[in-house]
Design a protein around this ligand. Sequence first.
Ligand code: FES
Length: 146
Amino acid sequence: MTEIPSELTIGQLSERSGVPTSALRFYEREGLINSRRTTGNQRRYHRTTLRRVAFVRASQSVGIPLALIREVLGFLPEDTPPTKEFWARASHCWTEAINDRITKLERMRDRFTACVGCGCLSFTECALINPQDKLAERGPGAHLLA
Ligand code: FES
């Protein structure tokens, strides 16, 4: 395997991480990664950015919002890669958020299952369209008309 140079162009970072350059620019705009500019105004990324990108991708893959990822990465000094221990701490903190997402998805699945075969698509009674609707807790169908 070839050694990673101390700085990477955006193309090199993209190639090594598998993340499109457009996404890398987006990450930079969002403050997840940073670069310096050459005299020709080209981006140069510290090689440790590769691990930051890996951290962002791994976090995104489990549905962690970018704002939370940015907040956690903010604890790292610039050009400091997230270590294995850092990832372990962050993922431990996010376990509750992931469990909340799973609970919400299970609730959505239950609502969807209740809707299957109903087809009313009622703005006032369908639990999917109107999740705050108390009548929807009675199950699918137009309860006020019954
Ligand atoms: S389609 Fe959702 S309750 Fe009828």
